[in-house]
Design a protein around this ligand. Structure first.
Ligand SMILES: Nc1ncnc2c1ncn2[C@@H]1O[C@H](COP(=O)(O)OP(=O)(O)OP(=O)(O)O)[C@@H](O)[C@H]1O
Length: 269
């Protein structure tokens, strides 16, 4: 696994945002994501992770600093970016089948109907939903809806996939399964992923690197390379001394960040 990005897809430089003048939500956040990397972003509650995500996705204009995707300043929603949100209940259209939901963004690309169908079928197979393609989102469990949202992102083949606490609303077993799905997709396709999470174990388990943010207004506190073998296992990897040491290091950094910012709420560890 890479420790330093060779060829940045995403460059965030001294990003600063104030929703109201003089009250920054983000102080100064800088990091890069190299091609094919999965970078986890972790920090205390309310530190500005969603603001950061929206700034990168071109969904809001930040106060100062730069965000570059493949060398281009982000001023609008980039075409080659996909997002998976926590709120799966609102990310799929309830009146469309799973297949139609997955295929929808492909209609905005210059690809033939046949390729749209092929990409959709492959993506659904990859997330284990081939047999549910004609169901509606409300006929699926939360975990299955999140699989459908991941399939939609996969079929689109984005240069950068942004995942904003995607598994925060599903049960523990489903969460583990979905984490392994993301890890498998990342390994197989080399998809570049920015993964925002409150969960320290999840950040380390999935990440090639972990970027730790301070409490609000956030700054980049530290970047940690995750030198664990690429093939990871929920039980065995988390029992290794390397994983346990990383978990302690990140937890201590978060505690330091919370203490510095005076925040009371802490992420799960
Ligand atoms: N639209 C808004 N208008 C004003 N203030 C906002 C707005 N959105 C967020 N904030 C403030 O900016 C700060 C950062 O919020 P943000 O949602 O980005 O943090 P977060 O790290 O994603 O939070 P959480 O961990 O609770 O999900 C918070 O103090 C929040 O109250």
């Amino acid at each position: 696994m890479s420790t330093q990005p060779q060829q940045p897809i995403l460059e965030v430089d001294r990003l600063h945002h104030e929703y109201s003048a003089g009250r920054p939500a983000i102080d100064s956040v800088s990091f890069t994501i190299g091609s094919g990397e999965l970078v986890s972003i972790v920090g205390p509650s309310g530190c500005g992770k969603t603001t950061l995500m929206k700034s990168i996705a071109g969904l809001m204009r930040f106060t100062s600093g730069t965000v570059r995707l493949r060398g281009q300043d982000v001023n609008d929603v980039p075409a080659d970016l996909a997002m998976v949100f926590q709120d799966y209940g609102r990310s799929l259209f309830p009146w469309m089948t799973v297949e139609a939901n997955v295929e929808l963004p492909l209609r905005y690309l210059q690809v033939s109907k046949r390729e749209r169908k092929d990409r959709t079928a492959h993506a659904l197979a990859e997330v284990g939903l081939s047999r549910d393609s004609d169901k509606y989102p409300w006929q699926l469990s939360g975990g299955m809806q999140q699989r459908a949202a991941i399939a939609r992102a996969l079929a689109y083949r984005p240069r950068l996939l942004l995942m904003d606490e995607p598994f925060a609303s599903v049960d523990a077993q489903t969460r583990s399964d979905l984490e392994d799905l993301v890890a498998a997709v990342h390994r197989k396709h080399g998809t570049t992923i920015m993964f925002v999470t409150h969960d320290i174990d999840e950040a380390i388990y999935l990440g090639d690197r972990v970027v730790v943010l301070t409490g609000a207004p956030s700054r980049t506190l530290k970047e940690l390379p995750i030198d664990l073998p690429a093939d990871r296992d929920q039980i065995e990897t988390k029992a290794t001394s390397e994983f346990i040491a990383l978990r302690s290091e990140v937890a201590l950094l978060i505690r330091q960040a919370v203490a510095e910012s005076g925040h009371r709420r802490t992420p799960q560890s």
